[in-house]
Every structure is written in C-alpha cells, then in structure tokens.
Design a protein around this ligand. Structure first.
Ligand SMILES: Cc1cc2nc3c(=O)[nH]c(=O)nc-3n(C[C@@H](O)[C@@H](O)[C@H](O)COP(=O)(O)OP(=O)(O)OC[C@H]3O[C@@H](n4cnc5c(N)ncnc54)[C@H](O)[C@@H]3O)c2cc1C
Length: 429
C-alpha cells in the first residue's frame, strides 16, 4: 500500500496571518507547511511608501498578543537588529510599514515550514476514518502532492476595480495596489487623478502632493463618499477589534450582521487623522501668500465613465447630490477602490463538502472552521470571515488571537491561553 506522510496542517498563502500561524505553531509538536505563490514574503509591496505607518500598534506583530515570550516578537526583532534604543527614543507605537515588512521577512527567514514559489492549485478531501486533505502545489512548473489533517486558507483579499472600468485597466489606469511599481512613470504625467477616500487613496495623494512642486502635474482627488472622513480611532471605538467584540458579533442573528457591518464602515474604512492632517497642513503651507496648488478635491463625486484617447483619459464625473456631470482629462488614473475576498480556484474541489449561506458565503463556526455537510477534515479561514465574525477579520491586531484559537484545535490541547475579558465596555447583555 502507498505510504503517505500526513502533516498536521497545511496553510495556503503566507501573508501576515499564515506567517503568524507558522510562527506560533513552530514551538508545538505539530507538523506544518505553508505555501506561498510569491518568491518571498512581501507585504503589499505597491503601498510600501516612505513615511507610511501601520494603523495598529507594533504589538500587532504576528505573535505578541498571545505569546509575548515568543522569539518572533517585534521587540525581539529590534533586539536582534540592535535597534531597541532607537525604537525607545522613537517613542511611537505605529511603526513604519517598511519596518513591519522587514520584521515579517525576518520571521519568515527563520521558519523552515514556509515554501515560497509554491502555488496551491487544487485541494481534495479524503473521507477516511480520519479524514485528510490532498493538496497539489505547483512549484517551478512541477506538481507536488502533500497531505494534511487540517487546512488553513490565508489567501488574503484581491484589489478591486469596479466592473465598468475593468476593461480600461492599463499602465495608466491602475489600482492603488500597484502604485509603488508605477510611481516613477506616474510622476512624469501632466495630470493624475486618484479615486477613493480610504487610507490608500490618502497616502497616494499625500505622496503626490509632496512630489508636485518638482514634477508639476495637476492632481485630482475624487470620492463618491460623502466626505474625506477619518477612520474611527478612539480608544473605546478600537475595542471593536477585540476577541470580546468578535464573540458578540458572531452570536448576533445572521440577518442582523450585514446591516451592523454596513454601519461600521468608518471603523475600518476612511482615513487616519494623521494623514488627513498631513495633507491639510501641506496644502495650507503651499497656499501662503495666495499661491495656488494645482489640486482639485471633491467628495460626493463618482466616476461615471472613462474614455481612453491616445495618451489620456476623458473622465465623466457625477456629483450625485446636485445630479450634475463634468468632464476631466487625466493622463493617469489611480483607482484606490479597495480589496475584496475572492474565492480561490483551489477551493472548487472542496465545495461539495462545504456549507454555504443563502448569499453563497461560507458558513464558518465560532472557532473559524468552515461548516461541512458531514464531519470532515477541519478547514479554517483567516481573513475571510467578515460576514460571520465582523470587523476584526482583516485586523492585524487580532491575527495572533485567531491563530491561537486555530492552533489549540489543531494541537488538540490548550497551547495558548485565550483571554476572556479583553475590553472595558460590555458588548450586549
Ligand atoms: C495597503 C494595506 C495596508 C494595510 N494596513 C493594515 C494595518 O496597518 N493594520 C491592519 O490591521 N490591517 C491592515 N491591512 C489589512 C490586513 O488585513 C492586510 O494587511 C493583511 O495583509 C492581510 O493578511 P493576509 O495574510 O490575510 O493576506 P495577504 O497579506 O494578502 O497574503 C495572502 C497571501 O496568499 C498568497 N496566495 C493566494 N493564493 C495562493 C495560492 N493559491 N497558493 C499560494 N499562495 C497564495 C498571496 O500571494 C499572498 O501573499 C492593510 C491592507 C492593505 C491592502
């Protein structure tokens, strides 16, 4: 009979969440592998702009919130790089995004279970007495098969351009996720338009404003939102990104969840106070003595159409409160229109086993396991459970907690302590 080696767990994707899984499971006896299609760890490389920071405190590294004694903490990273004093004088909780990436790469370099250049292309479940997964991985043109008793998808989200404009996408009409790679070419344009009013849009606008005197382009910033609003960042507001709130949200009736989420947009969308301040202050400084900044900022304005001409785009803009239209020429258009969870192709072979709600979304239990028609090998979801677990799903500060919940199940014992009380307020009765 064929002998197969079955790992305890396979992770698909190595973003911060499955990196955390690997870092936290490393000290257990569990066997694991995590496969990543990219050739190295690189966190949103298109948005690694100088001067940008993490939106959460440095303790949202991949381990600290459940294992501050781990060798993979951000503080140990600083220690190993002889940078603790500099960080101490830096006195900031919100570390540069570039440093977070460097830290993650340092963690990744120490974990032998991570496989890069490896795309998971198919997953099947074998329903034996002890069910397991068969995972097909493509690496450098060759197919490899691995087996595991648990599977964790950590495939992240995909950049989204509204459907009407997807065919226009090009080197001069692109998503904010590609900004850094196209920045040099962008700066040479005569006119640039940024669409959207989330943190990415604001960071790009701030960067372009800083470069504007040198390159001399006209800059437009449009959003269909009602304003260039700040993201909620008060201490009691932040308590929504906690295990307690996640538990509260999970237990709400299904039919309530969607409207609750809709009303919480500003908890995780919107712009940080600091970035709004930076942009405003720069404009203020530039307009001293009646000088004009070649910048147009408009809220309540949606992109209604795009015509591509030879070397520019003719944009149709709709101010929907006044119901009036305007045309604007722009050589470059940057769509900072967000990210969506997309079902990965490798899930196709598992669908027959999984349960979906009426909207076709995965049913996920409180412990992050996808519900199945029959008892099967556990399948866990990282950052794909906004609809069931709420606003904390993509939050880096909850990643270690979710991984602790996962690892306790994979290991079959309480490896990590799960805190019961994490906030001062009470969510519900
Ligand atoms: C620009 C930006 C900044 C952000 N900043 C913050 C912040 O400051 N604080 C915060 O809390 N949150 C932040 N977020 C949200 C946070 O959820 C993400 O930053 C985080 O990267 C999500 O991690 P992840 O592991 O789910 O996915 P990702 O980081 O997207 O990683 C998923 C990985 O899976 C790989 N993959 C996909 N399919 C396969 C396959 N079939 N086989 C192999 N590999 C595969 C991909 O290549 C990718 O590397 C930010 C998001 C963005 C876009």
């Amino acid at each position: 009979m064929e002998q197969r080696y079955v790992l305890d767990v396979i992770g698909v994707g190595v973003g911060p969440f499955n990196l955390g899984l690997a870092a936290l499971i490393d000290k257990t006896d569990c066997t694991y592998k995590c496969f990543e299609q990219k050739n190295e760890f690189n966190w949103h490389p298109g948005m690694l702009l100088e001067g940008t920071t993490l939106q959460v405190p440095f303790m949202a590294d991949v381990v600290t919130m459940v294992d501050p004694k781990s060798p993979y903490t951000f503080l140990n990273y600083l220690h190993e790089h002889e940078r603790l004093y500099q960080f101490y004088f830096f006195e900031k909780f919100h570390i540069p995004r570039n440093e977070y990436n460097h830290y993650c790469r340092w963690v990744a370099s120490q974990l032998s279970g991570l496989e890069f250049n490896s795309t998971v292309i198919e997953v099947k479940m074998h329903e034996e007495a002890k069910p397991f997964y068969e995972v097909t991985v493509e690496k450098e043109g060759k197919l490899h098969t691995y087996y595991s008793y648990h599977l964790v998808t950590g495939v992240g989200t995909q950049p989204v351009v509204p459907r009407d404009f997807q065919t226009v996408a090009s080197n001069t009409f692109y998503h904010s996720a590609h900004y850094k790679m196209k920045r040099e070419q962008t700066l040479k344009a005569k006119s640039i338009t940024v669409i959207g009013s989330g943190q990415s849009a604001a960071e790009i606008v701030y960067d372009l404003l800083q470069q504007q005197p040198q390159f001399d382009y006209k800059l437009n910033w449009y959003t269909r939102s009602k304003g260039f609003y700040p993201m909620e960042y008060s201490k009691l507001g932040l308590e929504h990104f906690s295990p307690d709130y996640t538990r509260y949200f999970y237990r709400l009736p299904e039919e309530k969840k969607e409207s609750v989420l809709r009303n919480q947009a500003l908890l995780y969308k919107g712009i940080s106070f600091e970035t709004i301040g930076d942009i405003y202050d720069l404009i203020y400084e530039r307009t001293i003595g009646g000088k004009e900044v070649p910048l147009t900022m408009r809220a309540l304005t949606e992109l209604a159409g795009v015509e591509k001409t030879n070397d520019t785009h003719l944009l149709t803009l709709h101010q929907y409160e006044q119901d009036s239209f305007e045309k604007e020429e722009s050589e470059i258009v940057i769509m900072a229109t967000g990210y969506h969870a997309k079902e990965p192709a490798f899930m196709e072979g598992l669908k027959e086993h999984l349960l979906f709600d009426e909207k076709g979304q995965l049913k996920i239990n409180e412990l992050y396991q996808v519900e199945m028609k029959k008892k099967g090998a556990p399948l866990f979801v990282q950052n794909g459970e906004l609809h069931t677990h709420g606003v904390g799903a993509p939050d880096l500060g909850l990643g270690a907690y979710r991984n602790a919940v996962l690892i306790n199940q994979i290991a079959g014992e309480s490896v990590y302590k799960i805190y019961k009380n994490t906030v001062f307020q009470k969510f519900g009765f």
